[in-house]
Design a protein around this ligand. Structure first.
Ligand code: CMP
Length: 137
């Protein structure tokens, strides 16, 4: 298992506006986990319990049995159910071995309370993802 440092977190576009001190606070909330290829990380329709950042490897976003996106290093997923308080709107499956950073829903909330500047990029991603789903239906 590889632990991500604050300096590495700084390279993630979502965190680009955070200071070194703020990044260290994010780093303390993160648990890095290795997952095997084929593992379902999120199941469509379930309640959201965590937010995920991709460290290494790739995941497929699958909605109603169809692959709608791929998520690679430096990207994130699992924000929609937590932000909107709705069930997961897609499944996310590791399509290679992966290393992921997991933040539990309560810590995610605390992070947003502490660093409201994160709302901008998170809500933008949510809006774009909803628009992509809307266009495909
Ligand atoms: P959530 O609904 O919590 O769980 C499934 C996740 O898949 C969702 O959050 C987003 O992070 C991600 N997701 C859903 N739709 C898309 C999309 N069109 N493009 C990229 N990611 C998506």
């Amino acid at each position: 298992m590889r632990h991500r440092t604050g300096a590495e977190l700084a390279k993630i576009p979502l965190f680009e506006k955070l200071s070194a001190k703020q990044l260290a606070a994010v780093d303390r909330l993160v648990t890095t986990v290795d997952v095997a290829e084929g593992r379902e990380l999120i199941r469509q329709g379930e309640a959201g319990r965590e937010f995920v950042l991709v460290v290494d490897g790739e995941a497929e976003v699958v909605r109603d049995g169809e692959v709608i996106a791929r998520r690679g290093p430096g990207t994130f997923f699992g924000e929609m159910a937590l932000l909107l308080d709705r069930p997961r709107n897609a499944s996310v499956v590791a399509c290679t071995p992966m290393s992921i950073d997991v933040i539990d829903r309560h810590d995610f909330r605390r992070l947003l309370d502490e660093f409201p500047e994160l709302y901008g990029p998170l809500l933008e991603a949510t809006a774009q993802r909803l628009a992509a789903i809307d266009e495909s239906t």
